[in-house]
Design a binder for this molecule. Sequence first.
Ligand code: GLN
Length: 195
Amino acid sequence: VMKIGVLALQGAVAEHIRSLEAAGAEAVAVKRVEQLDELEGLVIPGGESTTIGKLMRNYGFIDAVRQFAGQGKPLFGTCAGLIVLAEEIEGQEEAHLRLMDMTVARNAFGRQRESFETDLDVKGIDEPIRAVFIRAPLIKKVGKDVDVLSTYNDEIVTARQGHLLAASYHPELTDDYRLHAYFVDMVKEAAASKA
Ligand code: GLN
């Protein structure tokens, strides 16, 4: 069983733990950098990216998570977590982890569509998944190593770059845990290739 952490500085932590466990992993809330040593993968949840980024800086998580990813261990960022993974954030000087080769736009759906649900086709998952968007970001530009896994109205909302996975929406807010299962498979593959 893979042990996967959910960064628990701010945001939707308990829901991710529940979905990871439903997908067959052991899941723990991560509050201290030392906990990363015992993990095979990490989820960065939704919430508020500026707050999460600031807390990550304060507690030493920026360098620690970069090292974690540098060991080939998978990361999964959802909503604010996707923003935290990005190389570049539109209209902002500073990005956070700068691990995924993409430019993202925050709150990209405007006021009329602050939150909504839809079914999304995701490459690698057979049937559409249920996705909840809440003040969601969009991926505006990706580098050549990034694989686009789904779009919504021609805009990129799910992407993967090797062992990094990012979704604009909240897969943890539904009973559909197939995207978590997809991530658990990424973690298993990464752990197997190290062994
Ligand atoms: N709007 C938030 C941000 O820019 C993300 C929203 C979310 O995670 N639900 O950080």
